[in-house]
Write a protein that binds this ligand. Structure first.
Ligand code: HPA
Length: 243
């Protein structure tokens, strides 16, 4: 049972993309998680909305450990995780996909590991390649096939949120080499690696980041862009799961 999982970020809540969907609750040591299991062209696909079905969980309160453990227990061997992001890079424009290959972690106080000593032991995983290169290749191929604008690689800066960044923070992140900014990519990617699940981030640029955009940011703007891009995101994910 080598299922592929989709973690739906902001704007991607709908397991309707699956055929014969069935809901189930997975009980984990970190809490219960509702998932939807279904099929797309004979591939088994598991869907999990990161912020809950009605977007009620903010980025800093997502139970990342429960989510990743639930997918592991449900049999997921790979994960495609969508994320709405702001861009710091003039070449990565709103409406474009970026298949992230590195991250900078500016989160605070999130549970980052399954290994907290005791019976689990102490484990230091290698994150030279935090995102799965095999899945990234598949995503690039899927985007090319569909004619969707996409970047192969990008450095994702994860902030704690839930507020957006100050222009000074964005300037600093840019000087550090960041391309994109979001609030949910870490520790999700790290936990997936600990769980030995191949994980790829499908970032959709919804806006230029604070201070680069000539106006104030709003969550509504992010949601609107995800709505406009909803069909492209759906097509990309479905194409990728069959490759
Ligand atoms: N900052 C942080 N998270 C985001 C942004 C942003 O500009 N856009 C979408 N998610």
């Amino acid at each position: 049972m080598a299922a592929i999982a989709i973690i739906g970020g902001t704007g991607v809540y709908d397991p309707e993309l699956l055929e014969q969907p069935t809901e189930e609750t997975v009980r984990t040591a970190y809490g219960d998680v509702k998932i939807t299991r279904g099929f797309y062209r004979d591939r088994e696909v598991i869907f999990l909305p990161r912020h809950g079905a009605a977007h009620t969980v903010p980025p800093h309160l997502v139970n990342y450990r429960a989510n990743i453990m639930a997918l592991k227990q449900a049999g997921a061997r790979s994960i495609l995780a969508t994320a709405a992001v702001g861009s710091l890079n003039p070449e990565m424009r709103p409406g474009q996909f970026v298949f992230v290959d590195q991250f900078l972690d500016f989160t605070k106080g999130r549970k980052q590991t399954f290994f907290e000593g005791g019976p689990e032991g102490v484990v230091h995983i290698d994150v030279t390649e935090p995102y799965c290169p095999r899945l990234r290749k598949i995503l690039v191929q899927a985007a090319r096939g569909l004619g969707l604008p996409a970047h192969d690689g990008g450095i994702y800066v994860c902030t704690e949120g839930p507020r957006f960044e100050t222009p000074a923070e964005i300037k600093m992140f840019r000087e550090l080499g960041g391309d994109l900014v979001g609030m949910t990519g870490v520790p999700e990617v790290v936990l997936a690696r600990e769980a030995e699940i191949c994980y790829a981030a499908v970032a959709m640029v919804t806006n230029f980041a604070a201070g680069i955009a000539a106006y104030r940011l709003s969550h509504q703007e992010v949601v609107e862009m995800m709505k406009v891009q909803g069909e492209n995101i759906r097509r990309l994910l479905l194409e990728a799961v069959t490759l």
